[in-house]
Design a binder for this molecule. Structure first.
Ligand code: NAD
Length: 304
């Protein structure tokens, strides 16, 4: 079993770290928040007081941090991973950061003699706890093969997406699609309801017709048809508006950098921005449904 360092034990990292421990990996756990470290210790990890003691002598360093600037400081800070991990360690960053940040970090990490992967996840907190995440991995084939067992302890589907940054590219495009499809699903259910259809009736038809999508069948934003969906618990997350907005910002920036037109992606970004400004950042991203139900303007998006 590999000796692991796990840095960033928040909503996602806490469950991921616990699953690595349950799979038999010795894990040293570090977070700026001591309570997060205590929880990892309760799950069987060894506490580390700082990054240096977390990564000393380890085989693999896993980071699960809020954004690119945190990954940058944890990797490249004076007391960071590159300063203290053995050159033989594989660095796996599971945070969601921009494609550009991931590629820049990989170039710098590899120049320092380390191997690395960007390995963002899809699945959310429940999947992190259950060990059923989907990993989208960018980096060399050899590094991917080295990471397989470790990632397999935290996830069910592990995809090699190609070169460094390609994991983030897959995550970015996927989550833009999710944001757009959730809004589209909300609009369709709201329209059907206003036209006199029960949500369950529309669900039964559309989930077997050409409008079918994950936002509908796994996460229906109208209360009722999918009992586990946040729509049945006052839109408590789930996947928060703030997280979707972060991912759509990354998509907006990636589109600007690559020249890919994303008019629907930009519209989705604008809508989630407005939900955040309305104080709904902590609600589930399917709360769009509730907002539409309270609106009578068919061109609300343009007039806002
Ligand atoms: P979180 O804020 O709950 O956890 C981040 C943790 O990192 C915190 O415990 C924080 O104290 C720690 N941290 C920050 N800076 C640090 C530093 N310099 N050194 C050590 N620890 C530090 O965030 P989360 O919900 O666990 O998300 C983590 C990443 O996963 C994000 O990039 C997010 O976009 C991505 N993600 C989240 C979800 C989700 O549903 N929450 C789903 C998919 C992907």
């Amino acid at each position: 079993m590999s000796h692991l360092a796990f840095i960033g034990l928040g909503n996602m990292g806490g469950g991921m770290c616990a699953n690595l421990v349950s799979s038999g990996h010795p894990v040293r756990a570090y977070d700026l928040n001591p309570e997060a470290v205590d929880q990892a210790v309760a799950a069987g990890a060894t506490p580390a007081l700082d990054i240096a003691s977390a990564v000393a002598g380890c085989d693999v360093v896993i980071t699960m941090l809020p954004a690119g600037k945190h990954v940058h400081s944890v990797y490249f800070g004076d007391q960071g991973v590159l300063a203290h991990a053995p050159r033989t360690a594989l660095l796996i960053d599971c945070s969601t950061i921009s494609v550009g940040e991931a590629r820049d970090a990989a170039t710098r990490v590899q120049a320092a003699g380390f191997d690395c992967l960007d390995a963002p996840v899809s699945g959310g907190v429940a999947a992190a706890q259950a060990g059923t995440l989907t990993f989208m991995v960018g980096g060399s084939e050899a590094a991917f093969e080295r990471a397989r067992v470790t990632l397999g302890s935290m996830g069910k589907n592990i995809f090699h997406a190609g070169r460094s940054g390609n994991g983030q590219a897959a995550k970015c495009a996927n989550n833009m699609l999710l944001g757009i499809s959730m809004i589209a699903t909300c609009e369709a259910f709201n329209l059907a309801e206003k036209l006199g259809l029960e949500s369950q009736t529309f669900f039964d038809i559309a989930s077997k017709a050409s409008g079918q999508c994950w936002s509908m069948t796994a996460y229906c934003p109208a209360p009722g048809p999918v009992p586990s969906a946040p729509s049945n618990r006052q839109y408590e997350p789930g996947f928060a508006v703030a997280m979707m907005l972060k991912d759509l910002r990354l998509a907006r920036d990636a589109a600007a950098a690559s020249g890919a037109p994303i008019p629907f992606g930009l519209a989705a970004h604008a809508r989630y921005q407005r939900l955040a400004e309305a104080g709904l950042s902590a609600k589930d991203f399917s709360v769009v449904m509730q907002q539409l139900e309270g609106s009578t303007s068919p061109i609300e998006e343009d007039s806002a």
